[in-house]
Design a protein around this ligand. Structure first.
Ligand SMILES: [Zn+2]
Length: 155
């Protein structure tokens, strides 16, 4: 994704106010998120393969490191599957929302993270990126532990 791919929409009526490209199919999902969580300045959604694989376990992911807990929350919530760009997916995400949780793992659909500290400060952006890498690393680690513990992969 490049800067020229970015579309800007007004939050209250979703009118496109900047950018010439067609918006992401999930732009309504981002708008819903930012309307509900007025404390958040950014919503980031990725189709990260490890996060999607983790969701096959069907559970939230505990975040253990205190630094990452400040940014992400004590866990990344699990959101059940619904097709991209649908009200059904938006509804499932809305039901999973908690004010203290900033990371959501959507079944077969990657992750959505909220940044309540997002801004122009590069230090804040960098810490958000570090936390996102930590989230995916925790997904990968937990998948490995689950496979090792399963009867399909005996020690
Ligand atoms: Zn998506």
């Amino acid at each position: 994704m490049k800067p020229e791919d970015i579309c800007v929409h007004r939050l209250d009526d979703l009118a496109q106010v900047a950018g010439d490209r067609r918006p992401s199919i999930e732009f309504r999902l981002h708008a819903q998120v930012l309307r509900i969580r007025r404390d958040c300045r950014a919503s980031i959604h990725t189709h990260q393969p490890v996060a999607s694989a983790y969701t096959l376990l069907g559970r939230a992911l505990e975040i253990h490191h205190p630094y990452h807990q400040i940014i992400l929350g004590q866990k990344a919530a699990f959101v059940g599957y619904a097709p991209s760009g649908t009200n059904w997916l938006a509804s499932k995400l809305r039901k999973a929302f908690r004010p203290e949780i900033n990371a959501y793992l959507m079944r077969n659909h990657g992750a959505l993270c909220l940044w309540s500290h997002a801004g122009r400060d590069s230090g804040q952006s960098r810490s958000s990126g570090v936390c996102l890498r930590h989230l995916f690393s925790r997904c990968n680690q937990t998948i490995g532990q689950s496979l090792t513990a399963s009867r399909f992969c005996p020690k």
